[in-house]
Design a protein. Structure first.
Lengths: 88, 88, 88, 88
């Protein structure tokens, strides 16, 4: 991962951890469940955005160089395995 | 939320926070991106399981009593709003 | 399902079938894959909207009457089973 | 798209169209909504599998050759745009 990507990913991770702490407080204070769920949905969305950043970096580095080095099947199979996992 | 549900939700939240800390270390140690992504996918799945628990509790308490009290449209519209949000 | 809901669901089904026929033509004519994928994503979204309509109807009829009739656990367990399936 | 991929994609499309016809009959015959929803979930899953096939083909053809030809930014940006769309 390039340094600028890592900084950006860690910044998003900070935000996600803070957001999760907010959800903990909501649950401890017995907030209305639909309000809690709206926040957990937002956290999952934030994780997805962080994943997009990581994936974009991976495509520009390991995947691109793997394809240029003739390891096309290896890097593409790995991508498809991730795709299956992301869709469960 | 009932006490047993809240205990269970908080336990899962602890697990999710620990898992997220593991992802932070992976990124700081520059682990291979597909390995990081597999962990963030697992975290999102764990959040979804926690949401299912919260939703199940909500249905058994607020939704059931709302329907019994004649506030059917109110609680169902709220559920459908959550459904749309969950599917973005 | 109430009649107005069924009419609406069948109308959406017509649209989805037509859209799928368009995807078939794109594939037969060897259109650019990302363009095909944009259309299949739109079809999945249209199916989700149709599902929301069916779910909304189900909540207002079977779930509401089930809760009023004291079969709360039965109808809620069924909902949670659907929820798990929808999220795989 | 290569010929073997296209044949496979069209075969899956046939299956999806048949499955959708089954859902239409269920709705016309007023089947129980949760049963209908289980089928529409299965159809969305079948579309996702078809999409995986199309994506895999795209990665092995256009993306791999684009990266070899120095059009890395173009093909990766297009992939990330698809990724965002798939996650809405």
């Amino acid at each position: 991962m390039e340094d600028t990507t890592r900084q950006d990913v860690l910044k998003r991770l900070n935000y996600i951890e803070g957001h999760l702490g907010g959800v903990r407080r909501m649950i401890e204070e017995d907030k209305y469940c639909p309000e809690v769920l709206k926040q957990t949905f937002a956290i999952r969305r934030a994780i997805e955005k962080m994943e997009a950043l990581i994936l974009d970096g991976h495509l520009h580095t390991c995947v691109a160089s793997g394809i240029r080095d003739g390891r096309e099947d290896e890097v593409i199979n790995e991508l498809m395995e991730l795709y299956d996992l992301a869709n469960r």
